[in-house]
Design a protein. Structure first.
Lengths: 299, 386
């Protein structure tokens, strides 16, 4: 402990204010991309107009799930896959709360996939940041819903037979109001995307393609973090406003990044309040002519 | 569309509906749930009633999400609740564990039906009693109440909320299909006559707040999201700061806290009624709908001159160990009817420890236990040679 304290740099880090500095050092491996995503998130929060008391961060389980434990805000480290429904309750009971969900691809879109699609459908006002490192890092590198076809993990030793998800296409199809994807080397664009997502009303989604040299790179012959970062960055092509279904993650041709969706849609609470004020027309808007139906039956 | 939270007056309603009114009277303002027989009426009434009192209802995609949402809702500062039956309760146990670990007040109403699996969706069971105690993995204490009538669905839902706020944990209402669907008179008192308890709030400066430092009676005051305490809440084993501590010492400290806040406050938690127990030679011990059968049996047996009494458990977890230890040498036998093949009777046997015989009157579910079966068991116990 004292050796660590002596080795610690004397100057404060500019983001210390948003960090639980008493919990540093963190658990992430050297070369991990989560730190970059975390830095971008803190930069976006620093620029945000919302009072700090009204910002909460919720995560699930996994490497990215530990992010909530390092941020100096109201922060909730929940169960595997359940960050989004927990965040839903937190937001619906305190609508002024800006609730940010930050978690990994396995947490949000494998075990938590059902919650993800339904929160997007309801358009709950959440900002969801998904750090996609193409595998389960915390447990040592197993198959994830993002693992590329053919990539090796500890549970796909001969290469993955699974077809991966396109998370951005999924989010858009389910009704997300903001959808973007950047790699961990697009730091400024990533920070801007998180800021825009936080300011967006409704379910906003930012995917961060991040290196995991320890678990994923190692088994796929890209052991150095910089090589992995470059591997993603060099294959990326920026295509803003491309139809999300075409925004592929193709390592041979093009790994599409950009802002794909930025739309307006009433949130769950907007609609909940509207229907409970009795302002909604009866459904269906064009009612069935009961007398005509009766005549047909009689005839 | 304003409405009253407390519907003072005399009503004719079923147990599920009475549960809703109890919740609203206790201050519940957030409900997240998923439809399931025989608890659906709880969700249906909450969807109508909550907007009337400024609350929010949301139907989630499953029971896992429902339970997660009410934990989030509770940290958002709203008294929160969900309702379900066995299959949904199985799914909720994951996040009930999170609620126990993070000491999150909320209420789960389990209107039990017969199982296992899908079982008998529309028919009664009491098969989730041990599940409520041990169903989530790990080491913890729980509180569960067992209403036996629509009136008790109202009263015990308030009690469940009060206990959850006082002791910071998810409290389960172990109701059953008959109690949930039975229509009876329910009296809702005036609002000012209903005791409502709220979680303790921190009073210390923000810099010195330790979110899991036991306060008065061993329970830590709780800050809500937005109060400016910037607390960290985790399902990992954590210390008084709420920070993960990945070692045995922190596990010992945390689980001791979780145990002590219940075990050191039993006098504030335990609740049972006794009927004609003073001179009883046989004691019938029952809970939920089976306590109604047992009451009928005890009254009928007394008319025949049999010296029998009833202990009706209102709080089933924690179990009143001391009471039964002291009662055991004073009676010839104890009889427990339950709509399962023997769950709470195991606890009773453990506590009695052979000091008197304990007999089970069991039904696997789908029907209630009729009083005549209990009377026969009483007669048999009285005829037994010492």
């Amino acid at each position: 402990m004292s050796a660590q304290a002596q080795a610690a740099p004397q100057a404060a880090h500019p983001q210390d204010e948003l960090l639980r500095t008493d919990r540093i050092p963190h658990i992430w491996c050297s070369g991990c991309g989560i730190g970059i995503a975390f830095g971008s998130l803190m930069a976006a929060i620093a620029k945000c107009d919302t009072p700090r008391d009204d910002i909460s961060v919720v995560s699930g389980i996994g490497c990215t799930g530990r992010l909530a434990g390092y941020i100096h805000l109201d922060s909730f480290h929940t169960t595997h896959g359940r960050a989004i429904p927990f965040a839903t309750g937190l937001h619906l009971t305190r609508p002024q709360n800006k609730v940010i969900v930050a978690s990994g691809d396995g947490d949000l879109l494998a075990i938590g996939g059902n919650h993800f699609i339904h929160a997007a459908r309801r358009n709950v006002d959440l900002t969801v940041i998904c750090v996609n490192n193409f595998n389960y890092g915390m447990t040592g590198g197993q198959l994830a819903p993002s693992t590329p076809f053919g990539a090796k993990t500890t549970t796909t030793p001969m290469g993955s037979p699974d077809e991966p998800f396109n998370f951005c296409a999924l989010a858009a199809a389910c009704g997300a109001t903001y959808v973007a994807r950047w790699t961990a080397l697009h730091i400024r664009r990533l920070t801007t995307a998180i800021s825009e997502a936080m300011n967006k009303k409704g379910f906003s989604f930012v995917e961060v393609i991040a290196p995991c040299p320890t678990a994923f790179g190692r088994r796929n012959k890209i052991r150095r973090s910089l090589d992995l970062l470059r591997f993603y960055y060099e294959r990326s092509v920026v295509k803003n406003h491309l139809a999300p279904g075409e925004a592929t993650i193709d390592f041979d041709n093009k790994l599409v990044v950009g802002k794909f969706v930025d739309i307006e849609r009433p949130t769950y609470l907007d609609q909940y309040d509207m229907v409970n004020r009795g302002e909604l027309e009866a459904w269906p808007a064009t009612g069935v002519d009961a007398s005509a139906a009766g005549q047909r039956k009689a005839g | 569309m304003a409405g009253k939270a407390v519907l003072t007056g005399t009503h004719f309603m079923n147990g599920d509906e009475a549960c809703c009114e109890g919740a609203l009277a206790a201050g519940c303002r957030f409900f997240a749930g998923y439809p399931i027989t025989p608890a659906t009426e709880v969700a249906e009434r909450m969807s109508r009633r909550l907007p009337q009192v400024g609350g929010v209802f949301v139907q989630m995609e499953d029971e896992i999400a429902s339970m997660a949402a009410i934990l989030g809702g509770s940290w958002g500062g709203a008294k929160s609740m969900t309702s379900t039956s066995g299959p949904g309760y199985s799914l909720m146990l994951e996040n009930i564990g999170l609620g126990l670990c993070t000491e999150t007040p909320c209420v789960v109403c389990n209107v039990q039906r017969a199982g296992p699996s899908t079982g008998l969706p529309t028919l009664v069971g009491q098969g989730d009693m041990m599940q409520a105690r041990w169903g989530s993995h790990g080491v913890y204490e729980v509180i569960a109440v067992a209403p036996a009538s629509p009136q008790e669905m109202f009263d015990f839902t308030i009690k469940a909320f009060n206990l959850s706020e006082e002791f910071r944990l998810p409290v389960t209402i172990l109701a059953d299909e008959v109690v949930g669907h039975m229509n009876e008179r329910v009296v809702v008192p005036p609002a000012d006559q209903i005791v409502v308890k709220d979680r303790l709030k921190p009073t210390v400066p923000k810099e010195s707040y330790l979110p899991y430092q036991p306060g008065p009676y061993g329970v830590a005051p709780m800050a809500n999201a937005g109060d400016g305490y910037y607390m960290h809440v985790t399902g990992l084993t954590h210390d008084e700061r709420g920070y993960p501590g990945m070692d045995a010492a922190t596990q010992v400290e945390m689980t001791t806290r979780l145990r002590d806040k219940i075990q050191n406050n039993l006098e504030r938690i335990l609740d049972y009624d006794t009927v004609m127990l003073d001179d009883a030679e046989v004691a019938v011990v029952a809970y939920g709908i089976s306590a109604r059968s047992a009451r009928g049996a005890v009254l009928a047996a007394r008319e025949r001159g049999l010296k029998v009494g009833l202990i009706k458990l209102n709080v089933v977890w924690p179990f009143p160990e001391q009471f039964f230890r002291e009662l055991a040498p004073k009676v010839k036998a104890m009889i427990m009817p339950e709509i399962n093949l023997g769950q709470m009777v195991l606890e009773l046997e453990r506590v009695v420890g052979g000091r008197c015989p304990v007999e089970l009157v069991a039904h696997p579910g789908g029907a209630i236990i009729t009083p005549d079966r209990i009377i026969k068991a009483v007669q048999a116990a009285l005829e037994e040679k010492p």
